[in-house]
Design a protein around this ligand. Structure first.
Ligand code: SAJ
Length: 410
């Protein structure tokens, strides 16, 4: 029975998870090192943008079920949802996981459950347990005789923009340090979960999460490679994919300006880092997807060379459609490269933000509306398939040079 949960890391995963637990009546302590985020959350608002999260937060903060703070507190279960970026050599940086487990160590009691939700390489849950036992040698080891603490890995699998729906509906994979640990974690998630729980060991759960994102990365790379091939063979890649997908067992994804976000562009590297000589396809897919922004920049530069003093409009800055998240965005990368490499007016349109990030505003780039950009630009570079752009009447873009990286105007 879990009456209280302490969630460490109140970002895109931790905060919605804390709120969903709190909605079931569980007493939730949310922990984050960012004091400003803690204050915002305690005022009933989210410091991140996610559909319906503000409304949910307001309810659970005002009824006292969720409280945010900068230090952990005792609880029946602890959930760690901190970032795991990669280092220069593509190895996972587990320093946030290490800091999180060390921060909760003084509060853990035998009988408590600790779940690692962060995406991690194989073996990281064992490492987390080792860090805990180093800090608290008095605890009975997970799986040991008598009442021990329990530890498991339960990777998050939710899609930004649909987090509150997918948190509840998606199936979960739970990898226990022991079978009993996995069963305890299942009891915890069944507090709110409508999807199924599938139990396994921690190593398999770690690899399952990485495999899901590597699968998508490889499939997007296939589409991106087709777009590069089609350019060389003078074939319309969108037409090509539409036609190939008429086969009952073919489902090619969509090419784009590259793969962004903090998951698909990162997680496959953890597999490559673990088994560099074997993960050849996964590495190549990463390289193909990472090469895409440069190809787009070169294409725009070739188009710009046909004008004396062109105005270029970059349409979209976020890493995918209809969100405001600019982190690791190929669209942002392309726009930044164009503004440093082209000596001409560059306009940016991003309907989901009000101000440009600092690194772009200091380049002299102007953020403007779609209509203004379309009016003024000679070259339209479509980088994100936002709804607003899809709805642009075709007459408005007639007589413009178009570089459409998403195929929405073909
Ligand atoms: N993209 C393409 N072509 C496509 C599909 C996507 O170029 O056909 C691009 C997008 O524009 C974006 C990137 O790929 O730049 C990633 O977008 P996404 O929608 O594929 O995925 P994310 O990063 O928002 O979320 C993924 C999801 N994983 C899978 O679908 C296997 C989500 O379920 C995970 O929870 C999330 O990663 C995560 O946190 O790991």
């Amino acid at each position: 029975m879990f009456n209280s949960v302490c969630v460490v890391g109140l970002g895109y995963i931790g905060l919605p998870t804390a709120a969903v637990f709190a909605k079931t009546g569980t007493q939730v302590t949310g922990v984050d090192v960012n004091d400003a985020a803690v204050k915002t959350i305690n005022s009933g608002k989210a410091h991140i943008v996610e559909v319906d999260l503000d409304g949910l937060l307001q309810g659970v903060v005002s009824n006292g079920n969720l409280k945010a703070q900068t230090t952990p507190a005792e609880a029946d279960a602890f959930i760690i949802a901190v970032p795991t970026p990669f280092k220069d050599n593509h190895a996972a940086d587990l320093s946030f996981v290490e800091a999180a487990i060390k921060s909760i160590a003084p509060y853990v009691k035998n009988g408590n459950l600790i779940v690692l939700e962060s995406t991690v390489p194989p073996g990281a849950t064992d490492k987390m347990v080792a860090w805990l036992e180093e800090a608290r040698p008095d605890l009975k080891a997970a799986g040991g005789a008598g009442t021990a603490y329990y530890a498991a890995h339960c990777p998050e699998r939710v899609l930004p923009g649909r987090v509150l729906i997918e948190l509840v509906q998606n199936d979960r994979i739970i990898g226990g340090i022991t079978e009993e640990c996995a069963e305890h974690a299942q009891d915890l998630y069944e507090t709110f979960l409508k999807g199924e729980c599938y139990l396994t060991n921690a190593r398999t759960a770690e690899m399952a999460k990485l495999s899901e994102n590597a699968f998508r990365d490889v499939n997007i790379a296939f589409a991106n490679e087709l777009s590069l091939i089609s350019d060389k063979l003078d074939i319309d890649v969108w037409d090509l994919i539409r036609l190939a997908n008429r086969h009952p067992r073919v489902n090619i994804l969509q090419p784009g300006p590259g793969v962004g976000g903090h998951c698909i562009a990162v997680d496959p590297w953890f597999i490559v880092d673990a088994v560099p000589d074997t993960a050849k396809l996964i590495r190549t897919a990463r390289e193909v997807n990472d090469s895409k922004p440069r190809t787009v920049v070169d294409k725009v530069k070739r188009a710009a060379a046909r004008f004396k003093n062109p105005t270029v409009a970059c349409l979209g800055l976020s890493f995918k459609a209809d969100i405001d998240d600019l982190r690791s965005s190929p669209a942002l990368d392309i726009t930044t490269q164009l503004s440093s490499e082209l000596d001409c007016d560059i306009l940016a349109v991003e309907p989901n933000i009000d101000i440009l990030p600092e690194e772009l505003s200091k380049t002299g780039l102007q953020l403007t509306t779609l209509m203004d950009a379309v009016e003024r630009a000679d070259i339209l570079v479509l980088l994100v398939d936002h709804l607003e752009f899809k709805r642009l009447p075709s007459g408005k873009r007639a007589e413009k040079i178009i570089v459409d990286t998403r195929g929405i105007w073909t």
